[in-house]
Design a protein around this ligand. Structure first.
Ligand SMILES: [Zn+2]
Length: 131
């Protein structure tokens, strides 16, 4: 009887270990710049027929600027999207941020207000067509 209990406890422990390793691996994978890059490329493919320019997408620490994401144009006219590491914890938050910054790339300097009508139309289009 005691042996059975021990086996049962070991099994539960083993399952818990496997589960947390799986979680940690998935967690680490989504912390890489490649993961962000893939998100951008997926949006580009799904909503913009790959017509958007290649963009460097990277994790960053935007705590001091109090922002979750940021898009800017470099001197060589290529875009950079930065995603704050600490605030984009859940998948949903991360997706929102990448979508938001992607719409900045789409509507860059097309309107006075960076979150104006065109920008909001871009966001609505993505949100409406998400699987
Ligand atoms: Zn914005």
């Amino acid at each position: 009887m005691r042996l059975r209990i021990n086996i049962a406890i070991s099994l539960v422990a083993l399952i818990a270990i496997c589960w947390s390793v799986r979680f940690a691996v998935a967690h680490e994978r989504r912390r890489t710049p490649e993961f962000l890059q893939a998100k951008y490329q997926e949006l580009n493919r799904t909503f913009f027929h790959n017509q958007l320019p290649p963009v460097q997408v990277d994790w960053a620490d935007l705590t001091e600027e109090n922002r979750v994401g940021k898009t800017y144009l470099k001197e060589d006219n290529s875009f950079v999207i930065l995603v704050d590491r600490d605030t984009n914890v859940r998948d949903g938050e991360l997706e929102d941020t990448v979508e938001h910054e992607t719409c900045h790339v789409v509507t860059w300097r097309q309107e006075e207000d960076p979150h104006g009508r065109r920008f909001r139309a871009c966001m609505s289009r993505i949100k409406a067509n998400k699987h």
